[in-house]
Design a binder for this molecule. Structure first.
Ligand code: PEP
Ligand code: MN
Length: 357
């Protein structure tokens, strides 16, 4: 039986290759990671859910044996991804300390239930990755399935690996941080670990995402590492060599949540006071703006004019976006706010022009 306990070390740093490929690659990566002194748990995928058949689908049981060997050599706990009852059975036989549920499995309630049933009474730690699609209820549903088979909540953790969206984005999987905040507020006692590797998709963004997670008070990081990333059979572009992983982890600043220095508290309170007053002003202005939209709705109705005049909206948007630089506000941010205001404004006009029977 293992003696790994979730929550005993914060931040928890998990690292290892995306996939166990050969005995040498697995052991060398794991031993070098352990030697860095910054890694608390070793990971490797031994069964890989791949988008297309024919891609490398993992080495299976052999990989479990290599990970068990890595555990003996390094003294570090080990984690693998499981997706079926059979995987769970094998992982437990090899004394795996932690299993994680992959993003492609969390989307499937049948698969989650099968894994949960297989883990019943095992005492294993389970980390649940967010589903591929931005559906918090699906993520929360998976947590509930594990809790319902009697796995204590303190043995369950969450991994935020970002969400898949249509179209080209900066990151392979968009963080959509507010969705993870929502999940945190639903399960405040649960460890929330960030997976910047699968969010980023390439090594260049792993540092900024890791620091963002630290600033957002995440409880740990799971980062992929490979002794020779360019030769990796899966996720080649996003893996760091162990030395790079060490430098990255050491460079992350896990700032304190609060400090009790009186000068700090005083200036923080002054700024918070200002923010509260500005917010009050901001929202009362928004409320006034919406009331004017309703009046416009009444005038349009009286004159039988359609709600949307796209040229007018285009002109507003252009005028405001042109001020982005002067206001020192990002165009994307301004655009999103404008869209939200516009949508609410249309809804208000619509309610006036087409009142519910
Ligand atoms: C992985 O951790 O290697 C993996 C496949 O992750 P995800 O389920 O987040 O895609
Ligand atoms: Mn991977």
């Amino acid at each position: 039986m293992n003696n790994f306990k979730l929550g005993e070390k914060r931040p928890l740093i998990i690292s290892g290759p995306c996939s166990a490929e050969t005995r040498e690659q697995t052991l060398e990566t794991c031993v070098r990671l352990a030697e860095t002194g910054v890694v608390d748990m070793l990971r490797a995928g031994v069964w890989k859910p791949r988008t297309s058949p024919g891609s490398f689908e993992g080495v299976g049981l052999k990989g479990l044996a290599w990970m068990a060997e890595a555990k003996r050599l390094t003294g570090l706990p080990i984690g693998v991804e499981v997706a079926t009852a059979k995987h769970v059975e094998s992982a437990l036989e090899f004394d795996v300390d932690c299993v994680w549920i992959g993003a492609r499995t969390t989307v499937s309630p049948f698969a989650v239930q099968e894994v949960a049933d297989a883990l019943r009474g095992s005492g294993a730690t389970v980390l649940i990755k967010n589903p591929m699609n931005p559906d918090i209820d699906l993520w929360a549903g998976a947590v509930k399935r594990f809790a319902a088979v009697g796995i204590p909540l303190e043995n369950i953790g969450l991994i935020h690996r970002g969400f898949s969206f249509f179209g080209h984005q900066k990151y392979r999987n968009a963080p959509a941080w507010p969705l993870a905040f929502e999940m945190r507020s639903r399960f405040p006692e649960m460890m929330m670990i960030c997976d910047p590797s699968h969010m980023a998709g390439t090594t260049e963004y792993i540092h900024e995402l890791s620091q963002a997670a630290a600033d957002l008070r995440y409880d740990g990081l799971i980062i992929e590492s490979h002794i020779c990333p360019s030769q990796a059979l899966s996720d080649a572009k996003q893996q760091l060599i162990p030395g790079e992983l060490e430098r990255l982890v050491r460079s992350i600043n896990w700032r304190r949540e609060a400090a009790d220095d009186p000068e700090f508290v005083k200036s923080l309170n002054t700024f918070r006071d200002q923010i509260d007053r500005i917010d009050a002003e901001l929202f009362s202005l928004l409320s006034r703006r919406m009331k004017i939209s309703e009046q416009i709705g009444r005038v349009k109705k009286a004159n039988d004019v359609a709600i949307l005049q796209s040229s007018r909206w285009g002109a507003i948007k252009e005028r405001i976006l042109a001020q982005a630089e002067t206001l020192e506000l990002g165009r994307e941010f301004l655009g999103e706010i404008l869209e939200a205001i516009h949508l609410e404004s249309i809804n208000r006009q619509n309610a006036v022009m087409n009142p519910a029977e």
